[in-house]
Write a protein that binds this ligand. Sequence first.
Ligand SMILES: NC(=O)C1=CN([C@@H]2O[C@H](COP(=O)(O)OP(=O)(O)OC[C@H]3O[C@@H](n4cnc5c(N)ncnc54)[C@H](OP(=O)(O)O)[C@@H]3O)[C@@H](O)[C@H]2O)C=CC1
Ligand SMILES: Nc1c(N[C@@H]2O[C@H](COP(=O)(O)O)[C@@H](O)[C@H]2O)[nH]c(=O)[nH]c1=O
Ligand SMILES: [Zn+2]
Length: 348
Amino acid sequence: MPTNELYMRRCLDLAALARGAVSPNPMVGAVIVYNGNIIGEGYHQKYGGAHAEVNAVNDVLERFDNAEELLLQSTIYVSLEPCAHYGKTPPCADLIIKYRIPNAVVGCRDPFDQVDGKGIEKLQAAGINVTVGVLEQECRHLNRRFFTRVQKHRPYIILKWAQTSNGFFAPDDNSQFWITGLESRKLVHQWRAEEDAVLVGKNTAAIDNPQLNVRYAEGRNPKRVVIDRRLELDSSLHLFDNSVETLIFNEVKAGITGRNKYIALEDFDRYVPQYLMYQLYLQDIQSVIIEGGAHTLQTFIDAGMWDEARIFTGTAVLNKGIPALQVTGTKVDEQQSGDDLLEIWYNA
Ligand SMILES: NC(=O)C1=CN([C@@H]2O[C@H](COP(=O)(O)OP(=O)(O)OC[C@H]3O[C@@H](n4cnc5c(N)ncnc54)[C@H](OP(=O)(O)O)[C@@H]3O)[C@@H](O)[C@H]2O)C=CC1
Ligand SMILES: Nc1c(N[C@@H]2O[C@H](COP(=O)(O)O)[C@@H](O)[C@H]2O)[nH]c(=O)[nH]c1=O
Ligand SMILES: [Zn+2]
């Protein structure tokens, strides 16, 4: 692998260590290389905390007595364009300029309005040799949630469901039927920990009484979201147990009771997926995993409001029921999850 790619790959690995911990900020990793050796590493570890470049420079300063001398002959690799603005921390471009690091290699440009090329320009104006676009697609992919929020003004939307081996989604008698095995269940809980919110429709909330939390994996619980137009759901359901912030989209009331947030939509007959996702965007929710049911998933599919679909096909069989859903897009992966088959599709 060419050298630049090798170090950028390390930046990506570092960045990914913060999965689920920095939203709505992007995940970013940085390494500093002197004479073919990595002398410092860092990543953005938690929301509001130091940026990757700061941690990488500090790592060098802590490890070497002659750090400032080494930095004068080093290259900094960073998976996202260094920031140029005063946010929660001062601009990273200024830090690189301050230590006169002569070379910067950037994975991809930051689309965020206050950066968007200004970090690169600032470095170049200071005489730093800047290379942009190393492993660019991978760098953009890692932060696809962040890019979607900044560029589309909505969260990244993941659809997830399970279907039987003979193409059914659920029984049609308002009962719960578990299709997948324990491994898939663990995987889904891990996915929940990686996203900001998990959403279900009213019937799923009533029939399954889901908890929608992270019990079979490590990590933090996502916010819960439910669509309940007329507020018909029973308040004794797990969803309303105040263990996690829960957003209830309805047409009856707005307000907060404990950790339950009622959000009123003006129009429940048209553009519901669009309105809903805009509301989540306003709440800084950068990604959402939609776990059903069929009706809810279908409205998002019909509106073209999805980015990724994760579809399990279990070994269970149903003789009749709600038919499984179809997406058109690109299948990017297929793998076994215990006895289940898992397909990943992108909407492109
Ligand atoms: N196989 C799997 O992966 C899963 C299976 N299930 C199963 O699926 C079944 C439930 O699925 P289903 O009946 O399709 O129900 P949903 O859970 O999708 O709930 C549908 C209801 O939610 C409200 N809603 C959803 N989307 C919208 C929208 N865009 N605009 C307005 N209201 C909306 C409506 O309620 P209102 O009546 O207020 O208008 C609608 O009738 C259960 O048996 C459950 O066990 C559930 C999840 C996953
Ligand atoms: N039936 C079914 C799924 N159902 C989804 O999981 C939810 C239950 O979440 P929890 O209460 O937290 O365990 C349920 O409401 C529905 O959204 N998921 C799957 O991976 N496989 C399955 O076969
Ligand atoms: Zn920064």
